[in-house]
Design a protein around this ligand. Structure first.
Ligand code: ASP
Ligand code: MG
Length: 412
């Protein structure tokens, strides 16, 4: 008998029928003798609908009132699920974040969890009840309702699992696990049996949107075994775990992530003297523009080119800032390209294998893909190239690193 924390996302509780299906699933776990704490999102689209209502009144509504408003979506689903459970003869109780006493700081709209009182949940579990908690919300020390940021129910799930020392936190969603890459781009993408927290963090920050990044950080920090699985089909999903627990022999590369929303800017012919990087990037960061890769060439004649990449939405703004800096620094010109994409290979296996980057470059060269920028970390190699080659690059790397499903059974 285990204690599980289950989290169901918006599509999994999007209609009354879906909520009934969740209740059926929970009944099976209960019949097997497990204890359950269930975290729910709002019905899909509901949080956006609530935000839309607020926007009709005020484009910049008060953050405190905003949290009172958007936290209601989850209050609806928890109550409905408890009713569905009761009809199946399963005693259950719903709680808002404040009722559990999930205490957060007072940063409305992006609050961080500080403490979780497990007493009430424990008492219910001991009495044989299923505990159903509203995701995405808490209350600050003075009782104001707070929310944890979009997608925050994942973090609620993981946080409750950590506080209750649950055997596993299971995130039920509309995909059946974490894939080697996006199956819409590569047909032969495979579901991973396991992935480490570190790899998952890289994949998530590179745009693979299965889990909220904060929830993965949280799970890694408290070593909460985390599983992503489908609420619509049966299957083992993907277990996110620590490297040490991961005894299965794994390939060097676990996954390939990519991102189309990139743009790069170069300021050419800047004087090669101390302080230039800071004079270029200072105003960029002051404008709240996040810089990803940075590249500086070796100088010729005390002049150098300075290149960096940003999110495509920030391209025009960054270009404007650089035009101004160009004049101040006496640089030659500013050039930019907002039709680039980034591809990254991710795997903890890189730590113990040499030649991973050169294998990547080789695979890209064979396809005639020109690499524009490169950056590396301990478990990741990223490259930037023209956007039109993105799909080709992902497919080439997927097969070069032996990630293609070879053991799939097909009728064709
Ligand atoms: N309902 C919230 C959102 O849509 C929280 C969540 O679903 O995790 O962002
Ligand atoms: Mg969600």
């Amino acid at each position: 008998m285990a204690l599980y924390v289950h989290k169901y996302g918006g599509t999994s509780v999007g209609t009354v029928e879906r909520i009934e299906a969740v209740a059926d699933k929970l009944k099976k776990f209960k019949d097997d003798g497990h204890d359950l704490v269930v975290v729910l999102s709002a019905m899909s689209g509901e949080t956006n609908r609530l935000i839309g209502l607020a926007q009709q009144i005020n484009k910049q509504p008060d953050p405190r009132e905003m949290d009172v408003l958007v936290s209601t979506g989850e209050q609806v689903t928890i109550a409905l699920l408890c009713m569905a459970l009761a009809r199946r003869g399963l005693p259950a109780r719903s709680y808002t974040g404040a009722q559990v006493r999930i205490t957060t700081d007072s940063m409305h709209g992006k609050a961080r969890i500080q403490e979780i009182d497990t007493e009430r949940m424990r008492a219910d579990l001991d009495a044989g009840r299923i505990v159903v908690v509203a995701g995405f919300q808490g209350a600050d020390a003075t009782g104001n309702i707070t929310t944890l940021g979009r997608g925050g129910s994942d973090t609620t799930g993981v946080a409750l699992a950590a506080a209750l020392k649950a055997d596993e936190c299971q995130i039920y969603t509309d995909v059946d696990g974490v894939y080697t890459t996006d199956p819409r781009v590569v047909d032969s993408a495979r579901r991973l049996e396991t992935i480490t927290f570190e790899e998952m963090l890289e994949m998530a920050s590179l745009g693979s949107k299965v889990l909220q990044i904060r929830s993965v950080e949280f799970a890694g920090k408290y070593k909460v075994p985390l599983r992503v699985l489908s609420s619509f089909t049966d299957g083992p999903g993907t277990l996110i775990t620590t490297e040490e627990d991961n005894t299965v022999e794994k390939p060097v590369i676990s996954g390939i992530a990519f991102n189309r929303d990139e743009a790069k800017l170069t300021i050419q012919g800047v004087p090669d003297v101390p302080g230039v990087a800071s004079r270029i990037l200072g105003p960029i960061s002051a404008a709240n523009i996040e810089v990803d890769m940075i590249l500086q060439n070796i100088s010729e004649d005390q002049k150098t080119d300075f290149t960096f990449s940003v999110h495509r939405n920030d391209f025009a703004k960054a270009e404007g800032i650089l035009q101004q800096i160009m004049a101040e620094l006496g640089a030659r010109s500013v050039v930019g390209d907002n039709k680039i994409a980034k591809v990254s290979i991710v795997g903890v296996g890189m730590r113990s294998h040499a030649g991973v980057a050169s294998k990547m470059f080789d695979a890209l060269a064979k396809e005639g893909i020109n690499i524009q920028m490169i950056s590396t970390s301990e478990i990741k190699v990223s490259i930037v190239m023209a956007e039109k080659y993105l799909e080709l690059a992902v497919r080439a790397l997927h097969s070069a690193f032996d990630l293609d499903a070879s053991d799939t059974v097909s009728e064709a």
